[in-house]
Design a protein around this ligand. Structure first.
Ligand code: BTN
Length: 249
């Protein structure tokens, strides 16, 4: 990926839609769209992504990897690693971790979510849009009451405010580095960092009748669960949601 090109818009329903449209019209990889206010942000699994106006990072990045569609979730994992490294560099005291597949958490509170969206044609990935929602300057009172206890922000962690544009470039630099590395040497090193930051190794997982212990991820980013009756089971992105990780062994 060449140097990032960041387009900043005042307000958008969703940066994901803008980036998707731009990619359909041929925008090159490395182009990213950031909105200062996002009015209809989308989260994973059809959820809404609510973000207090002007406080948090809402950004969508266009990638054009040459890989098969099964590998698309890996770019979400890579973005989680890039986000962890960004947050960690500004909040060195925080223990920043990942919750499978790509939620970024600090002390079990969500600080960032990632929405990878692949556009596939003729069984080839045309592009992947990486949507990043990162809580930067919001305070506890800025979040809706029903989620306030489960979320945090860089400002809450550090006691200071940050330039959204600076944080956006920092994320894009980290992403650039990991992406270029994966092109030359594969995903191994990004997956190793992901694994070292994973908060739930050894936790009990219960989803749609599949119960077992979360033991790792495979080479496509699927969650590996050791079950009592069926041995090792893979759950790919989208099949498990974050509430499924329940108890620690
Ligand atoms: C999640 O559910 O955790 C993923 C949230 C992703 C939100 C970001 S904000 C920028 C981009 N635009 C959207 O509408 N969603 C993503």
């Amino acid at each position: 990926m060449s140097r990032d090109r960041l387009i900043i818009v005042e307000e958008a329903p969703s940066t994901q839609d803008i980036a998707y449209e731009m990619a359909l019209r041929g925008a090159t990889e490395g182009v990213a769209v950031m909105a200062l206010r996002q009015t209809s942000g989308r989260g994973r699994l059809g959820r809404l992504w609510s973000s207090p106006a002007g406080k948090n990072l809402a950004l969508s990045l266009i990638l054009r990897p040459s890989c098969d569609p099964g590998s698309a979730p890996l770019y979400g994992l890579m973005a989680a690693v890039a986000t962890i490294e960004t947050v960690q560099s500004y909040c060195p005291e925080a223990v920043v971790q990942v919750k499978w597949p790509n939620d970024v958490i600090v002390s079990d509170k969500k600080i960032a979510g990632i929405l990878p969206q692949a556009h596939v044609s003729d069984r080839t990935i045309e592009f992947v849009i990486i949507g990043l929602g990162l809580n930067v300057n919001s305070t506890r009172d800025d979040f809706p009451e029903e989620i306030a206890g489960n979320v945090t922000s860089m400002a809450i962690l550090s006691g200071r405010n940050f330039s959204l544009e600076e944080i956006a470039h920092s994320f894009l630099n980290q992403m650039n580095r990991l992406y270029d590395h994966s092109r030359k040497d594969g995903f191994q090193s990004a997956l190793e960092i992901w694994n070292s930051k994973w908060a739930h190794r050894g936790h009990h997982v219960n989803r749609d009748g599949i119960q077992g212990t979360a033991v790792g991820i495979n080479e496509t980013g699927a969650l590996l669960i050791m079950t009592r009756n069926h041995g090792l089971v893979n759950l790919s992105s989208g099949e498990v949601n974050i509430q499924d990780i329940e108890t620690k062994h």
